[in-house]
Design a protein around this ligand. Structure first.
Ligand code: ASP
Ligand code: MG
Length: 420
């Protein structure tokens, strides 16, 4: 018998009527002859509400207590779902992360899963039960409850699917599929039938809010097929995420995303000598600041200095400001600018690897819209440009046209659809 792991996000379990619908979806999968494990998020905006409560009492609540608090959200939805399934005539049991054997590193609010002991889940599956597991949480050494970072239930689901050697991991939410671009902005954006792990990972990282990047990373490492599908249209199979080797790539670009959640930092006149960049970025890392794009300019001969610019998440700006003096001490900059009027526009496609001219076409398209590029970064399958925030939609529209993302299917599966 195959195991299918299903994950339902907050909007899919937002009220009891919706929980009844999720129970139905789990039972449908069970009646197809599969063993079913369901991972749930907290109901609606419960997690945001819990965080707000904490901040009403403390500006710096302890991370341990935040984990105790936030982990309760998923416990509400998991037990309600088990009851709804029982009510519809099937056997079901809900388990917390700890009860499900999910072990994490000892890091509060951002723990990584290090191991899953599947004994208990397997035992309940053998008994014919639909097993519900609380997403986003685990347990670390010393029996402490940890959480995986916001949006972490996707990662719980994929990690469980890998540990249980499931056939597939289905991520259900209020979006029907992965689209070539944000369908709220680009009305003609297309649903993707299939996308590779690599492309999905890049899109998730550059701001397509469909999946938690770490979940895709885990699926890629374990070659675990995923589906993104809608909990409100159960007969729609959504988008399949598989290895690029199984795909027919007929266009260079598969999708695009715009991210306005970053700020650009420019450190001016850093002495051009060995060790300065290392000291700067070590300081940022020591303060848990993740850096995205990094650019160092050509050194100015007269002063022997150059500028270093990079982007960080807007949420980390307070943290950055608190170490600004320290940065100055280390690299003795003439000035540190913060530019928050930016959008990062990225195009992603495994098909761009062997095709030259994609970057030129992107720059050309932006130039024709009179959009100035502030910063550029590339990877093997991605090109990102920073521009002024007001150009976000115009850039997305123009690039969609240029790379035919509003046309027919962008990629297809080689031969028949794999049996997933
Ligand atoms: N409930 C958690 C959050 O809102 C985890 C999740 O939804 O994946 O971040
Ligand atoms: Mg959520």
């Amino acid at each position: 018998m195959s195991i299918i792991v299903q994950k339902f996000g907050g909007t899919s379990v937002a009220d009891t009527e919706k929980i009844r619908n999720v129970a139905h979806a789990a039972i449908l999968e069970k009646e197809l002859g599969n063993d079913v494990v369901v991972v749930v998020s907290a109901m609606g905006h419960t997690t945001d509400g819990l965080i707000k409560l904490a901040h009403e009492l403390s500006s710096h609540p302890s991370e341990r207590e935040m984990d105790m608090l936030m982990s309760t959200g998923e416990q509400v939805s998991m037990s309600l779902l088990a009851m709804a399934i029982q009510e519809q005539g099937h056997d079901s049991i809900s388990l917390t992360g700890a009860q499900a054997g999910i072990k994490t590193e000892p890091a509060h609010m951002c723990a990584r899963i290090i191991d899953i002991d599947t004994t208990r889940i397997n035992k309940h599956l053998k008994e014919g039960k639909i097993v519900i597991v609380a997403g986003f949480q685990g347990i670390c050494e010393g029996n402490e409850i940890t959480t995986l970072g916001r949006g972490g239930s996707d990662t719980t689901a994929v990690a469980l699917a890998c540990a249980l050697k499931a056939k597939r991991c289905d991520i259900y939410s209020d979006v029907e599929a992965v689209y070539t671009a944000d369908p709220r902005v680009i009305k003609t954006a297309q649903k993707l039938k299939v996308i590779s792990y690599e492309e999905m990972l890049e899109l998730a990282r550059v701001g397509a809010n469909v999946l938690h990047p770490r979940s895709v990373e885990t699926a890629m490492l374990n070659d675990m097929p995923m589906r993104v599908r809608s909990s409100f249209k159960l007969d729609d199979v959504g988008t399949l995420i598989i290895g690029a080797d199984k795909m027919e790539l007929n266009k260079p670009v598969t999708g695009l995303a715009c991210d306005t959640s970053q700020v650009r930092i420019i450190i001016c006149d850093v002495q051009d000598k060995p060790g300065n960049a290392a000291r700067l970025f070590n300081l940022l890392a020591d303060n848990n600041l993740s850096v995205d794009m990094i650019i160092q300019s050509y050194a100015r001969k007269a002063t022997n200095t150059n500028d270093i610019a990079f982007t960080i998440s807007k949420n980390d700006l307070d943290k950055f400001n608190s170490i600004k003096d320290k940065i100055n001490e280390i690299v003795n900059a003439s000035n540190i600018f913060v530019d928050d009027d930016i959008v990062k526009v990225s195009v992603v496609g495994a098909g761009m690897i062997d095709r030259p001219g994609i970057a030129a076409k992107m720059f050309d398209t932006l130039a024709r819209e009179n959009i100035n590029i502030k910063m550029i970064s590339t990877s093997e399958i991605k090109i990102s440009c920073l521009a002024e925030k007001k150009y976000s939609d115009a850039a997305a529209r123009a690039l969609c046209k240029a790379f035919e993302l509003d046309g027919a299917s962008v990629a297809d599966v080689k031969g028949d659809l794999p049996d997933v």
